[in-house]
Design a protein around this ligand. Structure first.
Ligand SMILES: *[C@@H]1O[C@H](CO)[C@@H](O)[C@H](O)[C@H]1NC(C)=O
Ligand SMILES: *[C@@H]1O[C@H](CO)[C@@H](O)[C@H](O)[C@H]1NC(C)=O
Ligand SMILES: *[C@@H]1O[C@H](CO)[C@@H](O)[C@H](O)[C@H]1NC(C)=O
Ligand SMILES: *[C@@H]1O[C@H](CO)[C@@H](O)[C@H](O)[C@H]1NC(C)=O
Ligand SMILES: *[C@@H]1O[C@H](CO)[C@@H](O)[C@H](O)[C@H]1NC(C)=O
Ligand SMILES: *[C@@H]1O[C@H](CO)[C@@H](O)[C@H](O)[C@H]1NC(C)=O
Ligand SMILES: *[C@@H]1O[C@H](CO)[C@@H](O)[C@H](O)[C@H]1NC(C)=O
Ligand SMILES: *[C@@H]1O[C@H](CO)[C@@H](O)[C@H](O)[C@H]1NC(C)=O
Ligand SMILES: CC(=O)N[C@H]1CO[C@H](CO)[C@@H](O)[C@@H]1O
Length: 874
């Protein structure tokens, strides 16, 4: 192995190294620049005296630039020895590179040698998109800094998870990325997930920048007199691994990001139904009663959820023998299935250390858990009291988890669940900090103490002797070093000198301590933000093992870039307030449009606190137009099922009725997202990128690309002012035509069971002609095509059909049908692999006088139907 850099060697030898201020950091000098047809490499050398501001400056770095596709440029700056931690492929596999000839690329990379900086430009226009020249690069053992200059008041989106405006502030703003338990989704803070991806929109187009780095970080966005507007990454480690995405339409940025991190998983059809959950459904009878009460109220319920209440003393994989006895739970699940309803249960990562708990004993034998420095399982406190946590990145951890799922969810002897819910996976630890004694803390907080903890053989906590990590070459020119990319030795993994702005305090507070080593030799310090990602990968694997041909459904609280390939996401423990009702829209837009996460939603009516009737009615309607639609509340909150208030029940019925009419339209939007990476829900500027009036809007959205939703957002109000782009729209409820002029429209007297929804002219919406009480019944209904002609008199739309549940049919048994209206008739073309017995039974053309034609057009093959007289239209 090569020598460490000199400063590093000094410090490792215990010699004092002087620290200077960050402003005195010398930057780097580039040399040995080798340009090839598909990229470039260079050596970077520290350009002066080390500043050692928040760690030790690394002397020698390598720059590797690769033109990966026409639209994607990859820039990596890593330590020459490749010892510094890099995100392992086991979490996120890297995209294929087609190794584009530099000459064909949409972006260009230019380098300044001394001091080293670089710019990314759009070829053609020469417009600069990213420019690091205003500040020297800092690359230290526990701190990296890179700043890019931006246009004044840049339009930036993404960098989730947060509860801030969709278009991010450009003044005095810090986006901290460090996954943590975040009750009440505080504004301006780190929340449950980390996605270092932003989209910037300009009059000249959109581009994206994805920083593939899992370390804790502060991303500072600010505007100062000297420097104008800038964005600055301040991260606690890892390497600089940047993907530049050329766009230039906003939607193309979304697709290009999906190409990097992977396409989202397709959801089962049933998961688009309405879901009900609550922490505090205290026995199996109660679950059944909620289901029955929904039926009695005539409100369609698709899925009932069991929170941790079902567990025996809050332990995964065991039901409470008194309140949720297994035989009765099995009966519940069978009954739900007979009624065409589904059942989802919670699984937390924290695993009880109770010695009479078989899953724990099996996990110990399997070496499934994260280990402390003495080789015993690392312990903390979670719902089950003293717990250990699986290492989901290790084969031992995954196999153990999948096996426990196999046993507990065995359809013949256990619970035949339809989907799973992964919570507390940031990971949350009720031990507040590194002074916490888990047993004592569990005692003090009245979590029953466990019997004495058994010793287990000291495995020596080895850092496994991996061969040089194999990575798909990110450039043909890349040279490989001897390092294992698992992290520099000698770092302070608990208290790095640079303090990120974590709302929970130190980086080890309320989570798995960051000095814990994973089975693969990496540290929680580096991989913390991906714990939830590793958990959902294992949970999905477990679901696939038990039903290999069924599309799994997993819901997760914690996410990282690429989680959508495995799970849906809800926005965590919000509050029952108007503010959190409103903020669910920017939260959704961040995830669907920028972060490649199409299946998302918030806890409808709010999780914490008491839901007010009027707010819950509004939220019931808004939630129905979001991809994931679930009412959920805390144990300490009042019951807030929609049937609790007549007005809310009325709103929910109307909303669910509309949602179910539109369910195949929504399903098609999710299919499109999973097949191509385009958003399931679009901000207005994704559809009207040139209209500046749309850029900051985050109280309205397009479900898919054609359904404009403009809810009342003010507290207790019946008035809404919403923006209508310069285009033609049709009221979804009445069919009335309304000409938009790129201005705000006021709507008063919006009843509690109403929500303004418009169809964008130029669209054809495939709808089920009738709604139903379950999605199974819904699939038995025929279709109506709603044609909403645009200003040019034309319209188009599409419909994706499959059986709703089979995995990977390879497209053969699916249909993807395009409908086109030319002013005279509707024509259908496309792929017709799904043999449906349902037909299009009606075509309605919205106009000043609606045309309506009844027939029976098969969805198994093309049709061409004339609706208006050829002479009648222009
Ligand atoms: C933004 O810049 C101002 C002026 O220099 C400074 O006072 C403030 O701390 C900066 N904010 C952040 C988040 O860095
Ligand atoms: C978007 O990407 C497609 C290729 O996927 C390309 O044909 C099209 O020109 C791009 N459009 C814009 C506006 O970037
Ligand atoms: C179901 O409805 C009955 C009758 O209104 C009510 O007494 C009961 O509390 C409800 N149960 C649940 C679980 O909501
Ligand atoms: C992590 O830090 C804690 C608190 O200082 C210490 O007790 C523990 O031994 C350390 N664990 C490891 C694995 O280094
Ligand atoms: C361990 O679990 C068993 C079975 O649920 C329970 O009876 C016992 O009280 C638990 N022990 C502790 C220390 O919590
Ligand atoms: C990576 O590059 C090296 C050096 O050019 C070459 O020997 C190796 O075959 C490449 N591997 C792949 C997977 O392209
Ligand atoms: C949560 O909402 C309740 C009303 O339901 C309110 O009283 C409380 O102040 C809110 N808490 C926070 C932290 O916003
Ligand atoms: C749904 O169920 C209610 C009773 O719970 C019934 O009145 C209604 O007709 C059903 N709707 C459909 C479409 O089957
Ligand atoms: C904790 C938190 O973020 N609370 C928010 C709740 O809603 C109010 C407005 O109603 C916000 O001002 C708070 O920031």
């Amino acid at each position: 192995m090569k020598c460490l850099t000199w400063t590093y060697a000094l410090a490792a030898a215990g010699l004092a190294v002087a620290a200077a201020s960050i402003d005195e950091c010398p930057g780097y000098k580039a040399s040995n620049i080798v340009e090839g047809d598909t990229g470039l490499t260079a050596d970077l050398t520290l350009a002066g005296e080390a500043c050692n501001a928040y760690g030790l400056d690394l002397q020698d770095l390598k720059l590797v630039v690769e033109y990966q596709t026409e639209d994607r440029l990859h820039v990596v700056i890593h330590d020459a020895d490749e010892q510094v931690y890099q995100v392992p492929e086991s979490y996120i596999s890297r995209p294929e590179s087609s190794k584009q000839m530099n000459a064909n690329a949409a972006l260009s990379f230019d380098l300044k040698q001394d001091p080293f900086s670089f710019t990314i430009r759009r070829k053609g226009s020469g417009e600069i998109l990213f420019d690091t020249s205003r500040q020297p690069l800092v690359f230290e053992s526990q701190f990296l800094r890179l700043r890019t200059s931006l246009p004044d008041n840049a339009n930036l989106y993404g960098l989730g998870e947060h509860s801030d405006p969709f278009r991010l502030p450009t003044q005095d703003y810090t986006r901290t990325l460090w996954n943590g338990e975040s009750p009440f989704i505080p504004r301006g803070s780190n929340l449950y997930g980390s996605h270092p991806m932003y989209l910037e929109h300009r009059t000249t187009g959109s581009h994206g920048v994805f920083f593939l780095n899992s370390n804790g970080m502060d991303i500072k966005i600010n505007t100062t007199a000297e420097d104008g507007t800038f964005l600055e990454y301040n991260t606690l480690g890892g390497i600089l691994d940047l993907y530049f995405l050329a766009g230039d339409s906003p939607k193309n940025v979304s697709k290009q990001y999906a190409e990097v991190v992977g396409l989202p998983a397709m959801m089962p059809y049933w998961s688009l139904g309405f879901h009900q959950a609550k922490y505090g459904y205290w026995d199996v009878n109660y679950l059944a009663e909620v289901v029955a009460n929904y039926s009695a109220a005539g409100i369609p319920l698709e899925v009932i959820w069991a929170d941790i209440d079902y567990m025996d003393l809050r332990k995964n994989f065991v039901t409470d023998p008194v309140n949720f006895p297994m035989d009765k739970m099995r009966e519940l699940v069978d009954t739900l299935h007979d009624r065409h309803q589904s059942f989802i249960m919670m699984l937390d990562p924290g695993t009880s250390t109770n010695t009479s708990y078989d899953p724990y004993i099996r996990g110990l034998e399997a070496d499934a858990f994260l280990l402390a420095d003495d080789g015993s399982p690392y312990r903390g406190v979670q719902w089950a009291g003293e717990v250990v946590w699986p290492d989901y990145t290790s084969p031992e951890g995954v196999d153990w988890w999948v096996n426990e799922m196999d046993i507990f969810f065995d359809p013949d002897t256990g619970l035949d669940v339809d989907g799973l819910w992964n919570d507390m996976n940031e990971a949350s630890n009720f031990c507040p900090d590194t002074t916490c004694d888990p047993k004592k803390h569990a005692d003090d907080t009245n979590t029953p103490p466990d019997p004495p903890f058994p010793g287990r053989p000291n495995t020596g906590r080895p850092i496994p002797g991996f061969p040089d990590s194999f990575q798909p070459n990110s450039t043909a020119l890349r040279t490989r070093a001897s390092g294992d990319k698992k992290g520099l030795p000698g770092r302070d993994l608990l208290n790095p000198e640079y303090r990120i702005n974590n709302h929970l305090g130190d980086i080890s507070d309320n989570t798995i301590w960051t000095n814990i080593t994973n089975h693969d030799g990496t540290s929680q310090y580096d991989t913390h933000n991906m714990y939830g990602l590793s958990m959902v990968k294992a949970t999905r694997a477990g679901l696939i093992k038990r039903r290999p041909s069924s599309r799994p459904f997993v819901l997760t609280r914690s996410t990282f870039s690429s989680s959508s390939a495995y799970a849906a996401h809800w926005f965590g423990d919000n509050n029952s307030t108007w503010s959190d009702y409103r903020v669910s829209i920017p939260q959704m837009l961040g995830f669907t449009a920028v972060l490649n996460h199409p299946m998302v939603g918030s806890d409808v009516c709010g999780f914490n606190g008491k839901a007010e009737e009027a707010m819950c009615a509004r939220w019931a309607m808004l939630g129905a137009f979001m991809p994931f639609y679930r009412n959920h509340a805390d144990i300490s909150s009042d019951f807030q099922e929609f049937y609790q208030w007549p007005s809310v029940a009325a709103a929910a019925k109307r909303a669910i009725d509309a949602r179910y009419h539109l369910l195949d339209y929504i399903y098609t939007a999710l299919y499109r997202a999973s097949a191509t990476g385009v958003p399931s829900v679009n901000p207005l500027f994704f559809v009207y990128p040139e209209d500046e009036g749309t850029w900051a809007i985050d109280t309205q959205f397009f479900l898919g690309e054609s359904i404009l939703v403009s809810p009342v957002t003010n507290d207790d109000s019946q008035t809404v002012n919403f923006y209508l782009p310069n285009d033609v729209f049709y009221d979804f409820w009445t069919g009335d035509k309304i000409e938009g002029s790129g201005a705000v429209v006021e709507r008063t007297g919006v009843a509690w069971d109403d929500i303004p929804v418009h169809i964008r002219g130029g669209s054809i919406i495939p709808m089920r002609s009738e709604s139903a009480n379950t999605t199974t019944d819904l699939r038995g209904n025929d279709f109506t095509l709603l044609v909403a002609p645009g200003r040019d008199g034309k319209a188009r739309g599409s419909l994706y059909l499959d059986d709703g549940e089979t995995m990977d049919t390879g497209g053969e048994e699916t249909s993807d049908i395009t409908f086109e209206w030319d002013g005279v008739g509707v024509r259908s073309t496309g792929r017709f692999g799904y043999k449906s017995r349902r037909v299009v039974e009606k075509i309605v053309v919205l106009a000043d006088e609606d045309d309506e034609v009844v027939g029976s057009w098969s969805l198994d093959r093309e049709f061409d139907v004339e609706i208006r007289d050829r002479g009648e239209e222009i």
